[in-house]
Design a protein around this ligand. Sequence first.
Ligand SMILES: Nc1ncnc2c1ncn2[C@@H]1O[C@H](COP(=O)(O)OP(=O)(O)OP(=O)(O)O)[C@@H](O)[C@H]1O
Ligand SMILES: [Mg+2]
Length: 389
Amino acid sequence: MRVLLITGKGGVGKTTVSAATAVHAADRGYRTLVMSTDPAHSLGDAFQLDFGDHPTAIQDRLAAQQINSQQRIEESWGEVRDALTEFFDWSGLKGIEAEELTVFPGMDEIFSLVTVRDHVRSGEYDLIVVDCAPTAETLRLLSLPDVLAWYMEKMFPIGRRVAKVVRPVITKVTSMPVADDKVFEAVSRFYDRLDGIREILSDPDITSARLVMNPEKMVIAEARRTYTYLGLFGYMVDAAIVNRVLPAAVDDSYFARWREIQKGHLAAVEEGFADVAIQHLRLFDEEMVGIERLRQVGLELFGDSDPTDRFSDGRPFRVEDVGDDVVMIVAVPLAERGDVDLMRHGNELVITVGPYRRSIILPDSLSRRHVRRAQLVEGELRITFGLEP
Ligand SMILES: Nc1ncnc2c1ncn2[C@@H]1O[C@H](COP(=O)(O)OP(=O)(O)OP(=O)(O)O)[C@@H](O)[C@H]1O
Ligand SMILES: [Mg+2]
């Protein structure tokens, strides 16, 4: 069982890559589901078919699903939302603002994850390809199980106990509608629905993220940032897919300069994704929609390789807290003492090992700190970041 999360900046080709991956896998005999969390129904556009909130068969062993998150929010959050609305009403906050506050950002995306988990558990598919929302949302989505767990652990057990004791008192002195057990139970049921999501998505045997990008400066910068944060949250990236690469057949002088520019960007991809499998996909001479064209994209993207394979275990680094310091651990196989050179430009860290260069975008929490020390220990570079230089 494999789950592939396809993400990247807006418009880079996520939906095309997701659909093409799914068609290719189905052709190879895998029972495949491709699903989209994007309300814009773009999967339908890619296949030029209509399908709804339930897996719809497209061909043998291939189904597609466009999640309707609004409907799902209604199903499992409705109860909680009603209680919150009552509370806001009491506090004087009314209308549309209050309504907005009862649904927290990223909510719709949680339900997509619940659906992914349910499909994994059902055992009905060998492969689930998730056409994710553009990067920023995906990151929020993938950090949500952790963030929610934190809130629930910190607030919920106490909240419940306090409510039991305090409610009778409060209802005597004010008219504040303190959420009753029913609401806590609703919240708790909601939370239980998220059970197992984190385990599935952070298990590299099951889930790999694939980053789609174009050979353009800003697009690559964003993909690298995403790579950093996915690594920080413990998700593995197994491929970087560079889409819309000018094919060699374009020898028009008009495009010669463009090809040079792309060459530079492709080198930046090699450096930024040093431990990730890099795949190139050419710019086709037409929009690649409809199942036959998607099949062609899949063939060009994967050739003889199996799209369900784990192409690499890309994770730019791990972090450990050591007292007040944070140690960033980067794998640098083949490096020997004295071989390694470390340079920092703002929030970018460039590591040179012999002839190889790799660079890492620092997460915000580390870019505020200073590099204090770097040691090579058994094929790993341990870089200590402190608050003081
Ligand atoms: N390599 C390519 N050659 C030609 N056309 C392409 C290529 N890749 C994608 N396209 C076309 O570009 C358009 C945008 O691609 P796609 O919808 O896959 O991007 P996306 O990343 O999913 O966008 P969004 O962020 O809006 O969801 C589509 O019309 C698609 O057919
Ligand atoms: Mg899309």
